[in-house]
Design a protein around this ligand. Sequence first.
Ligand code: UD2
Length: 297
Amino acid sequence: ILSEPNHTCLVGGLCGEKKMAGVVRTDVMMVTPWLAPIVWNGAFNIDILNAQFHKRDVRIGLTLFALKKYTVFLKNFIETAEKYFMVGHKVHYYVFTDRPQDIPSLSLAEGRTLNVTEVTSYKRWQDVTMRRMQIISENCLQRFIYEVDYLVCADVDMIFSDHVGVEILSDVFAAIHPGFFQLPRQKFTHERRPESQGFIPKDEGDYYYTGCYFGGTVEEIYKVANFCHNAMMADKAKNIEALWHDESYLNRYFLYYKPTKVLSPEYVWNNYYGSSVYVPSKRFVHVEKDYVRIRSD
Ligand code: UD2
């Protein structure tokens, strides 16, 4: 099949003088079995995507939870986000904290705002991470729906180190956990107890998704967060807690309501896993932390 110069060939990748679309990698999966794109470097043309999203004047909300000592991560997170995250688009940072006095004042580019909301904390770190789902779902109904089009929900102990833009946006997206992308499903650390609301049978589970990064339209994120919060509360009533907390409930949700876009581990990397030939760009990376110290009161 031939195409005009400057247009993408339907067969054989690229043609014409100007590169219009993506590189097809043969060493990694680029599309899920339900035909959702898996986002890798080079697979998209950011200029085309930016033009599409600018036309819609899209507004992107980024939810961040910085409770107790985790406020220390906020400065680097926001400063690197200003450099790499959705540059040129409208961004609203929604920071939830129990220590508003510890939130540093940061200068933001035009079209970007930061809002701090005080929330109550929990003694156990597991409750702090799980209750994020409750707060996200409540805020979807109370304000996000009126203020933004898409939500990106991220852990705060992270930094951006390369471009992350509108290529991630879709009705609902999930990110593959960097520790599991080369492993067979039997190795996934899903919740395996049938009595838990996070249960995934051993012969099911498409990918192992990270709990630290997901997003989508406000409508879809409401469904995700509401499901995870209700599942957690149902388990709590039975004195069960899923193995990896909100991450387990999230994986359960995505098994039955598949993401419309999946982010490759470029979009969430952890240097604990060293480097990988499959992941040349590390765009959003976990900050190393002393778990005991940072989680202590
Ligand atoms: C832990 C689990 C992970 C998953 C995740 C929940 C390990 C090794 N991994 O990842 O599998 O269950 O938790 O998404 O334990 N936060 C606060 N203050 C706190 C505690 C947490 O603000 O005192 C917020 C903060 O935004 C943080 C997020 O909750 O980034 C997740 O907590 P974490 O960073 O301690 O979790 P992590 O990455 O060790």
